[in-house]
Structures are given as C-alpha cells and as structure tokens.
Design a protein around this ligand. Structure first.
Ligand SMILES: CCCCC/C=C\C/C=C\CC/C=C/CC(=O)SCCNC(=O)CCNC(=O)[C@H](O)C(C)(C)COP(=O)(O)OP(=O)(O)OC[C@H]1O[C@@H](n2cnc3c(N)ncnc32)[C@H](O)[C@@H]1OP(=O)(O)O
Length: 248
C-alpha cells in the first residue's frame, strides 16, 4: 500500500544530532517526491528509546554559527514533518522526552507501547530551558491549552496510561503489537482520498506552521541569545554531567 518505515538509529539514545536531523529531512523529501509512497511509520531501532530528543551536545559549548545551523535544522525537520503530505504514524517503542516527544506530536497518529518506562512529554523546564513557542503550539494542538500549560510548566513526562488519558497518544498497545497496530491504523488513513485528507491536514496545521515560517530568522536569533546565556549553558552542562554520572 505504499508505506515506508523510517527507523531512527543513532545509538545509544537516538538523540537528534545535526546529522540525524539532516538525514531525516532528506529521507522524508525523497519519500514525498516518490509517488509510490503515501504513508510513513516513524519508529526507533534503539531498544527502549524512541528518541532522547535534541542532542544536548549540539547546544552546549559550541560556536554561534553551529547553534544557528543546528536550530535551522531543527526548524526544518519540524516544518517538514508537521506539513507532510504523507500520512505519518508514530510507532513509539520507547521513552520520548522533549524533542523525541515533539517528533511524535508532528505525526498524524501515535501508537505507544504499553511499558511503564516509556514516558513521554516536553520536559524542557526540568533542564532549565524553555520549549519554544512552536513546540508549545504543537502540544496545545494535540492535548489542549490547560493540559499543555500544566505539562509544560512542570516538565511532565507521562507514562503510557496518562499519555493516553490526556490525548498525547491515540492508542496504547502491548509492546509486540506496536508495529502491526500502526500498519492497520495506516490502512484506515489511506482509505481516505489523498487530496481531501491532505487539504484538510493543511487547513488544520498551516496557521501554526506559518507562525514559524514568517519569523524563522528571528526565531534563530532568539534561540542564539537564549542558548548562549551563561546560565543556560551552565544548566545544560549540569544536566549532561548528571546523565553521564548516572552509570558511575
Ligand atoms: C521566553 C523565552 C523562550 C526562549 C525559547 C528560545 C529558545 C529555546 C531554547 C532551547 C530549547 C531547546 C529545546 C530542547 C529540546 C530537547 O529535546 S532537549 C533534550 C531533552 N532530553 C532529555 O531530557 C533526555 C535525556 N536523556 C535521558 O533521560 C536518558 O538518557 C534516556 C533517554 C531516558 C535513556 O536513559 P539510559 O539510561 O538508557 O541512557 P543514559 O542516560 O545512560 O544515556 C546514554 C548516553 O547518552 C547521552 N544522552 C542522553 N540523552 C542525550 C541527549 N538528549 N543529547 C545528548 N546526549 C544524550 C548520555 O549523556 C549518555 O552519554 P555517555 O555517558 O557519554 O555514554
């Protein structure tokens, strides 16, 4: 039925490095241009981890030029995914904090494996950083304003039952059924004529995407100012050190 599977593979935690973001956009563009494909299942090849989100090492201790290049790549992937003409279904087979959660929120439908460890949410505040307005918009468009307001301020990571209750995911299924469920949901979405579904998707999502498109450069400048602050760099270093020391 013309369905591709994009399996993220950037061990150990599928962090969204500049390289991963760039390759993801290229793969998506190829699929968009190949009319034999109508849908994509986005999933992970790293056991227990859908994606650890944006690569913190790309946002810490680097040059301004690097931050700008990285942020443009983050924007690009979000725009491509959010406005994709393809049906995108996230088969979430692991934990998905921050950028990992955002990636799934850009999809049309989310199936999450029923494992209490597989938390998801926008936890930026717990790192001492702030989810940008378009991350916030994506969450609000999925779970509504009040749930998003509380989740964003507290940096909540929802276990599967809670994620389902607040509408962050559409279905929670046993781990070994995530892929087959994604495939059967895909069949349902592909039963709708493409042009009508695509126009409707655009109607729902373009106003949100346009807010970023209209001020992409300003958004990058804003990010640069924010991420370069000494206090923010310090918060990121402390967080990364904590992650690294967990093992030791
Ligand atoms: C009004 C003002 C508004 C201003 C707004 C303007 C701009 C906005 C500015 C900034 C916004 C930036 C947005 C960021 C969104 C993000 O996505 S930030 C990333 C958030 N991610 C996380 O918090 C997840 C952190 N990771 C974990 O919790 C765990 O690693 C895990 C995913 C649960 C896996 O656990 P596990 O035990 O299996 O693995 P380890 O923890 O041992 O990790 C292994 C290895 O990987 C490294 N690592 C983990 N996560 C990341 C990451 N996200 N990036 C880079 N590296 C990561 C970890 O350090 C270990 O490394 P090693 O010790 O060297 O092996």
């Amino acid at each position: 039925m013309g369905v591709a599977v994009i399996k993220l593979k950037n061990p150990p935690v599928n962090s969204l490095s500049l390289e991963v973001l760039t390759e993801f956009v290229i793969s998506l563009e190829k699929l968009e241009n190949d009319k034999t494909f109508r849908g994509v299942i986005v999933t992970s090849d790293c056991p227990g981890i859908f994606s650890a989100g944006l690569d913190l090492t790309e946002m810490c201790g680097k040059s301004q030029a690097h931050y700008a290049e990285y942020w443009r790549a983050v924007q690009e992937l979000w725009l491509r995914l959010y406005l994709s003409n393809l049906v995108l279904i996230a088969a979430i087979n692991g934990v998905s904090p921050a950028g990992g959660c955002l990636m799934s929120l850009t999809c049309d439908y989310r199936v999450l494996a029923d494992n209490p460890k597989y938390n998801m949410g926008l936890n930026e505040t717990l790192l001492g950083i702030v989810a940008p307005s378009w991350f916030k918009d994506t969450l609000v468009n999925t779970v509504g304003h009040r749930t998003a307001e509380r989740a964003l301020q507290l940096g909540l990571l929802f276990p599967p039952a809670e994620a389902l209750r607040v509408g962050m995911v559409d279905q929670v299924v046993p781990e070994d059924q995530v892929h087959s469920t994604a495939l059967s949901v895909m069949a349902q979405w592909l039963a709708v004529p493409d042009h009508a579904r695509q126009l409707t998707k655009n109607l729902m999502r373009k106003p949100t995407a346009d807010r970023l498109v209209k001020q992409r450069d300003a958004d990058i400048q804003y990010f640069l100012r924010f991420i370069s602050r000494d206090s923010i760099q310090k918060s990121l270093r402390v967080y990364l050190d904590k992650l690294r020391q967990k093992k030791g």
